[in-house]
Each structure stands twice: as structure tokens, then as C-alpha cells.
Ligand binder design. Structure first.
Ligand SMILES: Nc1ncnc2c1ncn2[C@@H]1O[C@H](COP(=O)(O)OP(=O)(O)OP(=O)(O)O)[C@@H](O)[C@H]1O
Length: 259
């Protein structure tokens, strides 16, 4: 399996305060990581590092063998799809046009840019994978939060990234919306077996059954890291969230509550 991402001994200091310390992580093709931790544990900061958005204060981050700081960040970002629920789109674009902006990496379509027939076909395939075919021509302001979330995943996948980063993609979704998103992620993993994903969440109920690995962050440090089965235990999660927890897994999905 190819290494998509390697972070070694990463430290991030902000305002003189360490936010991440001694964080190491290797993600390979076909692996689907969950990044878990309490509020302020450093999850979003770590995801920004992995997405080549920010530099570490110390340590190294390599995306597909290219070292952050040695190559142009824009070059690295081409390999990484980043799904941010705070996408700053205000225009009433149609779903399909939003998906196509993934190719120009712009919020709105560029004035003289036109997709090729092959690119349009890819957009339609991704729209289908994410269960949005009926909404292909719907306009962004009329989409629900869940529909927007799935549109942004299709958008992030347009340039065929090797790594997809998802920052709390189920935030604000109702139960059907969350379940649709999870089904779409599992479908995506089946259709693109070489893709690697890293998903940040506080809630184990939001993890797709196809999650293969997990990393638990506590106060900026790695508490546990490895296969999902080995890391997602009641004992480790209780330490991670400072709360006695019981954990249940059924049909591949997790649920957790206070002990
Ligand atoms: N630019 C910054 N300057 C100073 N402190 C920062 C900065 N960015 C983040 N922090 C602090 O770093 C810590 C980790 O933040 P981060 O957003 O990575 O946590 P998180 O685990 O994603 O939290 P949440 O679950 O609340 O989203 C927090 O205490 C936050 O206040």
C-alpha cells in the first residue's frame, strides 16, 4: 500500500502555547481514519496540517512523499480534497456547477472556464455516488445542509485527490441526513478503493462502518493510534474524553454513552 501522508513529530505552537505535540501519523491508500478528541484537543489544527494549509512549528509533514515547506503548498493541495462545512458560497449556483468548481479550486466558476465532456461526465458520476442526481440542477441556497455537505464532498473529489479530509461533515445534519452522508461515504470507499480519508468528529455515531483506523487526540497529544478495532475501546475513549464511557459496535457502526 502506498503512503499518502506521513506526519512525524509534529508540533504546532500558537501564541507561545503548544497546540499539538509529538504527533505522528501515517495514512496509506485505502485507509479511512477517524480523528477523535474533545473540544480544543487539536483536531482541526491537525487536519489543516494534513491538508497543507498550515506549516508545523516543528516536525515534518509529507503528502505523497513531498515535504511541506520544500514544495509549493498549492502543488500539494492538488492531491488533497478538503471538505469544509463553512464553504463561503453565496451565489445561487446549481449543484452540478458547485461540483465543477472543484476543478478550478474556486468558490465561483471562473469567467472563461468551461468543463470538457469528460469532466462533466465525472461530475455526474460523483453526483450519482453521493445520491444527488435528482438535485443536479437545484440551486445552492435551496439545498439542505446535508445536501450541501454531500455536494461539497463531490466537489472535493473532482480533481481525483488521493486524500480526502472531512472536518465534522455531519455537523447540523438531522438523522436521515447523517445516515445518507454515512452511506455516501461508504459507497465512495467502495468505488474509489485507492482513496484515503481522514474524518474529524466528536461523535462515534457519525463514523461510517468502513472506518479502518483511528487516532485519539487529548490536549494536543496522541493518546492512541492504530486500527479502529484496537483504538476504539471504552477504556481509551473514556481517557480521551475524561468521562467513563461504554461502547457498543453493531453491524460495523459504533455508539457510545456514559457508563
Ligand atoms: N490560530 C490560533 N491561535 C491561538 N490558538 C489557537 C489557534 N488555533 C487554534 N487554537 C487553539 O488550539 C486549540 C486546538 O484547536 P482546534 O480547533 O484544533 O481544536 P479541535 O479539537 O478541532 O476543537 P473543536 O472540537 O472545538 O473543533 C484550542 O485551544 C484553540 O483555542
Amino acid at each position: 500500500m502506498t503512503e499518502v501522508l506521513r506526519a512525524e513529530g509534529v508540533e504546532v505552537v500558537r501564541d507561545g502555547r503548544p497546540i499539538l505535540q509529538e504527533v505522528s501519523l501515517t495514512v496509506r491508500t485505502g485507509e479511512h481514519w477517524a480523528l477523535l478528541g474533545a473540544n480544543g484537543a487539536g483536531k482541526s489544527t491537525l487536519l489543516s496540517l494534513l491538508g497543507a494549509v498550515v506549516h508545523p512549528t516543528r516536525g515534518t509533514v509529507e503528502v505523497l512523499g513531498r515535504r511541506l515547506g520544500r514544495v509549493d503548498l498549492r502543488e500539494l493541495r492538488a492531491y488533497v480534497g478538503h471538505v469544509d462545512p463553512r464553504h463561503p458560497l453565496t451565489q445561487p449556483l446549481r449543484t452540478r456547477d458547485v461540483v465543477l468548481t472543484g476543478l478550478t479550486n474556486s468558490v465561483a466558476p471562473l469567467p472563461h472556464w468551461r468543463p470538457t465532456p469528460a469532466q462533466e461526465e465525472r461530475a455526474d458520476r460523483l453526483i450519482a455516488t453521493l445520491g444527488l442526481t435528482d438535485l443536479r440542477d437545484a440551486r445552492w441556497p435551496t439545498l439542505s445542509q446535508g445536501q450541501r455537505g454531500r455536494t461539497l464532498i463531490a466537489r472535493a473529489l473532482m480533481p481525483e485527490p488521493r486524500l480526502l479530509l472531512l472536518d465534522e461533515p455531519a455537523t447540523g445534519l438531522d438523522l436521515p441526513g447523517r445516515e445518507q452522508l454515512i452511506a455516501a461515504l461508504d459507497e465512495l470507499r467502495r468505488e474509489h478503493p485507492a482513496l484515503a480519508t481522514v474524518l474529524v468528529t466528536h461523535h462515534l455515531e457519525e463514523l461510517p462502518g468502513g472506518t479502518t483506523h483511528a487516532l485519539l487526540l487529548r490536549e494536543g497529544r496522541v493518546l492512541a493510534r492504530g486500527t479502529a478495532g484496537g483504538v476504539l475501546t471504552a477504556d481509551q475513549l473514556s481517557k480521551c474524553f475524561d468521562l467513563p464511557l461504554v461502547l457498543d459496535r453493531q453491524d460495523g457502526r459504533w455508539s457510545v454513552r456514559r457508563a
